[in-house]
Design a protein around this ligand. Structure first.
Ligand code: AHM
Ligand code: MG
Length: 327
């Protein structure tokens, strides 16, 4: 049994969070409560996902989200469940979500802001492929009690106080960081608890997996095409689920790179800085990996609008650096 500082594998998430909080004598417990609320929402969504093949809740809802894409029913459900859990939890003043056009203000007296993609990769639900929830937590900058401002929700990724994801895969996992390393918890169905299964996750410095939608090869710029050719010359493995959390998760453990570059149609790529890239960038860096937009560190980018998109090169340090050398 691998021993952590004062705790071991199998510790429940609640205990782990309490333990971490006790290491900071001035902590108020608000962030701890917020992380527990997110885990609770994740459990609820996990139930919804598991029954989605049985009930008529998967499939197109017939509405479109702000990016003009087809919104799946479960996206809507996950969004509602998260907002409700965070509202009831009381630690969050505002939520910005990939599924909402504008800021959702919930508790004016609370100190944290959450940015989330409640269900990423949702086009995969109908075919029983892994999907994920992605979240970032920021401390608000406006005074507590005042209306939430755009500065509260448009903070650079480097301002995150915590970030994580919940992966609904062959097992359900929550992986998060508060800036002191990355830990992974696997959901134990019979106990109804997340238990520590992957303490102190580190991303290999180099790897041999590349994940990119190669079907778009001819829409990529030359440098990206050349890097893909390089990966093939090296006999790397191509792995692309098309579900960002799963592709990222695999590469973080095995060593690899995930790329979503700009295409001739999507000039800033597809992924959203505020809801997807910043959270994964924080986790990647905390695990020893890197995340860039091809030039700059993702967490240094200045978000100018909520639904802003960016290119993403993320994963093992050496691989990302190599990819950048082709750009
Ligand atoms: P979504 O937020 O609409 O679900 O889109 C994000 C998803 C990622 O999970 C995945 O990596 C990517 O889109 C796949 O896009 P593509 O089909 O263009 O390769
Ligand atoms: Mg998404």
């Amino acid at each position: 049994n691998k021993t952590l500082v004062g705790s071991t594998i199998g510790t429940t998430l609640d205990r782990f969070i309490n333990k971490k909080q006790s290491e900071f004598p001035f902590a108020t417990g608000e962030l701890s409560q917020l992380l527990r609320d997110i885990a609770l929402a994740g459990k609820i969504i996990n139930v919804e996902i598991n029954k989605s093949g049985l009930l008529d809740i998967a499939g197109a809802y017939g509405t479109t989200n702000v990016q003009g894409e087809e919104q799946q029913k479960l996206d809507v459900i996950a969004n509602i469940r998260f907002i409700r859990a965070l509202k009831n939890g009381g630690q969050v003043c505002a939520i910005v979500s990939e599924e909402d056009d504008e800021i959702v203000e919930i508790n004016q007296d609370s100190n944290y802001v959450v940015a989330m993609d409640p269900l990423d990769g949702s086009s995969n639900i109908d075919v029983n492929v892994s999907i994920g929830t992605i979240f970032s937590i920021y401390r608000r900058v406006s005074p507590n009690g005042s209306p939430v401002s755009r500065e509260d929700v448009l903070q650079k990724g480097q301002k995150q106080v915590a970030a994580g994801y919940i992966l609904y895969g062959s097992s359900t996992m929550m992986v998060y960081t508060t800036g002191h390393g990355v830990n992974g918890f696997t959901y134990e169905q019979s106990l109804g608890e997340f238990v520590l299964s992957h303490p102190d996750i580190t991303c290999p410095n180099d790897g041999s997996i590349y994940s990119v939608n190669e079907g778009s090869y001819f829409s990529f710029e030359k440098g990206v095409q050349q890097y893909i050719e390089y990966c093939k010359e090296q006999r790397y493995s191509a792995r692309y689920i098309g579900s960002l959390v799963s592709d990222f998760h695999r590469n973080m453990f095995k060593g690899g790179i995930y790329i979503y570059p700009r295409t001739d149609k999507a000039l800033n790529g597809k992924l959203r800085l505020v809801y997807e890239c910043n959270a994964l960038a924080f986790i990647a860096e905390q695990a020893g990996g890197v995340a860039t937009d091809g030039e700059q560190r993702i967490m240094d980018l200045d978000p100018l609008e909520l639904h802003q998109r960016t290119q993403l090169f993320i994963g093992s340090k050496k691989m990302v650096e190599k990819a950048e050398s082709f750009l």
